[in-house]
Design a protein around this ligand. Structure first.
Ligand code: ADP
Ligand code: MG
Length: 360
């Protein structure tokens, strides 16, 4: 088990900073995900840790030792790429044994370790097959066994599940978690899939445009995404530009254009006068059909469209707020054109930093 520290690391490609001054710590034995949209610098970060490309600024440390000048094969890291990168001309046994042979282990040790690694990933009895004779899921397991067999200090996984179909992907997700628990290996998992990151990780690093946007536990990031970018990326459907008009004992009041009363929020992030974004998830908005029903932060509107999500229906509702139509989820069947009252519960409203709204 080893701790990884990325310290003010930057990488310049031609004129473009693929990553810029990123810093984070991956605790020993943790499962840490790097989450972000395509092109935000996830693979670059992983390659810098692995040593496949060199940093232009900053350093990577493993257990407090600067490894910048070590070539990849001396870093003792296991890497699994999105396309698995198995050697097509080697069978499963030889693919997995590859790193051990290069390390010149004795044959008996090699075969014992290969056998154990294949057992660990749930793939016994396929040693003689070649990669093209395996399914995507099986190839994935071989790639994992090949990375783990060298008993790496750190396991680096670059979108390892994205080539699998939905069912296999969720199966492999559980498998990854089990394998990580059994081995205790420090794992850095790159993904653009928020659900994968939320379900697998002890800690998530969210990246945007070459920078670290937020770092925290899945729960913290889900409940307090802090920026409009992260909220949007985590699927918060309603982002409403607002200004904090007052801080009160239990939270804050905000002004939203097109709404004549203050909106109450149970959160105190920010200060009076701040331009912010209010975030609220569609299933946290209550739809009331009876206009007499009361509730917090009442807004009325007209249903303009809906999407059936299986279980719930997401309604698009045009209101007087100067923002996109609100999205509210409900199990009830309502018709387009109906007037409804919405409650935006104060405890469900998030105060978000609006700096990055332009990037959405
Ligand atoms: P992600 O893995 O998050 O999709 P990458 O780390 O692959 O993103 O890429 C980050 C940025 O760096 C992108 O704009 C990409 O086009 C650029 N980039 C990545 N690799 C290279 C390279 N070898 N040469 C030039 N630009 C690159
Ligand atoms: Mg990538």
């Amino acid at each position: 088990m080893a701790e990884v520290e990325v310290q003010s690391v930057s990488k310049l490609y031609d004129e473009l900073w693929a990553v810029r001054q990123i810093s984070f710590i991956v605790p020993a034995g943790s499962f840490t995900s790097i989450l972000g949209p395509s092109g935000c610098g996830k693979t670059t970060t992983l390659r810098l840790i692995a040593g496949f490309s060199s940093t232009d600024e900053g350093q990577v440390l493993i257990d407090s030792e600067n490894i910048n000048s070590l070539p990849p094969w001396q870093r003792n890291l296991g890497v699994v790429f999105q396309n698995y990168a198995l050697f097509p001309f080697l069978n499963v046994q030889d693919n997995v044994a590859f790193g051990l042979r290069r390390r010149k282990l004795i044959p008996h040790e090699i075969s014992t370790r290969v056998e154990k690694a294949l057992e660990l990933v749930g793939l016994p009895d396929l040693e003689r097959r070649f990669p093209k004779q395996l399914s995507g899921g099986q190839q994935q397991r071989v790639a994992l066994a090949r990375a783990l067999v060298i008993q790496p200090k750190v396991l680096l996984l670059d979108e390892p599940l994205s080539n699998l179909d939905a069912k296999l992907r969720s199966e492999m997700r559980f498998e990854l978690k089990r394998i990580q628990r059994e081995t205790g290996v420090t794992t850095i998992f790159v993904t653009h899939d928020q659900e994968e990151a939320l379900t697998l990780s002890d800690q998530i690093v969210v990246m945007n445009n070459g920078r670290v946007e937020i770092l925290g536990t899945p729960r913290l990031i889900w409940e307090q995404p802090r920026s409009a970018f992260v909220a949007n990326f985590l699927g918060v459907e309603n982002l409403i530009p607002a200004r904090i008009s007052e801080l009160v004992n239990q939270g804050a009041h905000a002004i939203v254009e097109g709404y004549d009363k203050p909106i109450f929020i149970d959160s105190k992030l920010g200060k009076k006068g701040d331009e912010i974004v209010l975030g609220i998830r569609s299933n946290d908005i209550d739809i009331k059909c009876n206009p007499k029903e009361s509730g917090e932060n009442k807004v009325s509107g007209v249903i303009t469209d809906f999407t059936y999500l299986g279980g719930t229906i997401a309604y698009q509702i045009k209101t007087s707020l100067h923002t996109n139509p609100l999205i509210a989820a409900s199990r009830r069947e309502l018709s387009v054109g109906a007037t409804v009252n919405l409650n935006l519960p104060a405890k469900c409203l998030m105060i978000l930093n609006s700096n990055r709204l332009g990037d959405l």
